[in-house]
Design a binder for this molecule. Structure first.
Ligand SMILES: [Zn+2]
Length: 332
């Protein structure tokens, strides 16, 4: 069912945000609607008046929503709060501004935003009824702040990392957890009305019970739910990528070791040869200087050629052939 952000008759039924987790199937289900309609839907009534009903793999609620900089107070709440304090001529414009923001949030696909938009609008409609506008506006503020303020201060994953008392101290909000066992179902649902904190904390507790952890994939950077803190990759695809990269690194290192070995061996031969010449009384200083110079040239050129092998412009065997010829050439 579509929610319309316009003036409409208000009903007494509260719209709830309901979450149930199924460990066996590894799914989360989120429903937004009144208690009566949620129950109808849970019993399989596809005509139940539900604003949102999605089944996703466990963790999706948080994985899809890591950050939120939405300015609910200024763009959603304040225009409506001002509308409650102004003349009725000025109300429509303020309402239009908030309605357009709420519609955007409603269409965002994010259940947190969808629910907050519906609650914001419904709260405003209720606050328009009493004669004492100041008191109604204050009740409207109290009704909505618990939903809005933690969302503005923290992203849901930040909330997951904090203790309940810490969040309550920081936001000034209170919290009550409603766990609900709808009749004729095997479900355990937790519902949110004044605040999402119960749902978030409940989720947190269940994940901890089932030893599931949010991790960030080392390869693609995606957040995923893992059975152990040790898991570093999100999927077989990323694990394969990591393996391929590791093998490439290993091969590169093996090649590096090989040409380094060839070079070091040959450099030893050069040094031995120079040493022998220096000890030989028949060897002239000119010849010694010449061979020393040739050795310096060899070292310089070998360095360039090693880089060429490293970058794939040359091969190890090419390097070997060249390296082993140089001393011989210098001796001639
Ligand atoms: Zn990945």
């Amino acid at each position: 069912m579509e929610y319309h952000f316009e003036r409409q008759e208000i009903t007494g039924d509260r719209v709830l945000f309901s979450l149930s987790l199924d460990k066996k199937s590894g799914k989360e289900r989120i429903l937004i609607g009144t208690e009566t309609e949620i129950i109808k839907r849970l019993w399989g009534d596809s005509d139940a008046k539900i604003y949102y009903d999605e089944v996703n793999p466990i963790g999706t609620l948080f994985i899809n929503k890591r950050q939120d900089g939405t300015d609910w107070t200024d763009r959603g709440f304040m225009p409506l709060w001002n509308a409650l304090h102004t003349t009725r001529w000025k109300q429509p414009e303020l309402e239009r501004s908030a309605a357009s923001f709420c519609t955007d949030m409603y269409q965002s696909g994010d259940p947190f935003a969808i629910y907050t938009a519906i609650r914001l609008w419904g709260g405003y409609l209720r606050a328009r009824e009493p004669r004492d506008r100041n008191q109604a506006a204050e009740l409207f503020r109290l009704d909505l702040m618990g939903l809005i303020s933690p969302m503005e201060k923290y992203s849901p994953d930040e909330l997951l990392d904090r203790s309940i008392t810490d969040v309550i101290r920081k936001t000034g909000d209170e919290m009550k957890m409603d766990v609900w066992y709808p009749a004729r179902t095997d479900l355990e649902c937790v519902t949110a009305y004044r605040s999402f904190l119960p749902v978030i904390m409940y989720y947190h507790a269940r994940l901890a019970d089932w030893s599931l952890h949010f991790r960030t994939c080392k390869v693609c950077g995606k957040v995923f739910l893992a059975k152990s803190q040790k898991y570093a990759m999100c999927s077989d695809k990323c694990r394969q990528k990591m393996k391929t990269q590791a093998k490439r690194d290993f091969d590169a290192r093996a090649i590096e070791n090989e040409y380094d070995h060839i070079y070091k061996n040959e450099a030893q031969h050069w040094l031995h040869y120079i040493h022998r010449m220096e000890k030989d009384p028949e060897c002239t200083p000119e010849r010694i200087a010449k061979i020393r110079y040739a050795y310096e040239v060899f070292k310089k050129e070998a360095k360039k050629r090693k880089t060429a092998v490293k970058t794939g412009q040359s091969s190890v065997s090419e390097f070997r052939d060249w390296t082993l010829r140089q001393l011989e050439n210098a001796m001639l």
